[in-house]
Design a protein around this ligand. Sequence first.
Ligand code: AMP
Ligand code: MG
Length: 415
Amino acid sequence: MPIGLPSYDEAAAHVASRAAEILNRPHLIDTVALAAAYGRVLAHAIRADRNMPSFPRSTRDGFACRAAEASTHQWLAVAGSIRAGNPPAGPLPTASSWEIMTGAAVPFGADSVAMLEHVENFEGKIRLNSGRTLDPGENVILEGAEARAGDDLIPAGTRLGPAQIAAAAACGHATLQVFVKPRVAILTTGDELVSVAENPASGQIRNSNAPMLAALVSAAGGQPWLLPTATDDPSAVEAAIAEALWADMVLISGGVSAGKFDLVEPALARLGAQVRFTGVRIQPGKPLVYCEIPRSGDTPAAQAFGLPGNPISSAATFLLFAAPTLAALSGSREVRPNFSLARLARRVEGKPGLTRFVPSTCEFHPLAGAATEVAPVNWKGSGDLAAFALANCFIAVPEGVDCLSAGELVRILPF
Ligand code: AMP
Ligand code: MG
């Protein structure tokens, strides 16, 4: 790390290179039912168990035929009928067609399917409508055209979404081997915090970071473990972090700025933590601490993040730095924050010497071809939960940029 605070890019590159090392470590494997596999990370590649499709499949309701015959507009006798699920039929006699339903096997001898809507049908014969022609292969997916038996369909390390679950089901996987979810300890600190169910006295606030971080951890593929809130007392903070070391990752919220009761860094030092960086040139979230805390025996050090306590700072620093590390611990190959682009609706100011992450709302545009639109929310600092509740992304304003203008394509980090 450079002398002085790293820039966002430097800190992100550091986290990414550490994440790549973590990803290469062996990960524990679990077996889950396919129905419970959504969001889990695949431990072994999924291969096609047979040709896909395993028979030439019609993509339309209509009449299987020979394209060359149909295109002459001669009448073709309907020699049979086949529906999805029937064993392959045929062979197709010359000058004939075969009634066929979507998903059925194209009879031997046929090379195409004329759509029902494109033929005249009269007394057991069909004829392609005048002005239409049919090409060989039209409306037919040949056996093995999508994949051949044994082909890799989904690589290990893929986080399973609906599309991958469908492919796994098609290949006969009622259960899947996935990586065990990393356990993530969430330790909130601060004398002012009371639980969600309590009525805060004057000067107190409800602990909103604990459930917010739990949600972020779940969404990022971890298993959240909420610890009791630690008071702003050196030994309480140290004991709580020591307890948290049962987890693979430790998120400590609060107590990392320069205030009198910011006790996290000294506690981390007493626990022998190896600090990777402390502070990043970002706003919000500048006091972020990233370190590794040794654990007993052969257990790899816990990845630990001291997140600034302000809720928007905690969320931003989690998404930017902790989420990629958590992805690596979970065995996922997607170890970078998921930035995308959107068209800016309103001007956003930069901050000299810092990369800004501005809580914003992005909306998919209903018009085809129009970019996603993003607008900053009107926020009063990084503790403004009323404004944050309207946001679904951060706009990144790079360091050195005075302002982003309306109409520009800007980087956003959705959450
Ligand atoms: P700190 O990082 O501990 O200096 O806290 C910065 C600000 O975030 C203070 O206003 C805290 O009251 C607030 N804060 C700290 N922890 C939490 C939490 N768990 N939930 C909501 N706000 C918090
Ligand atoms: Mg505090």
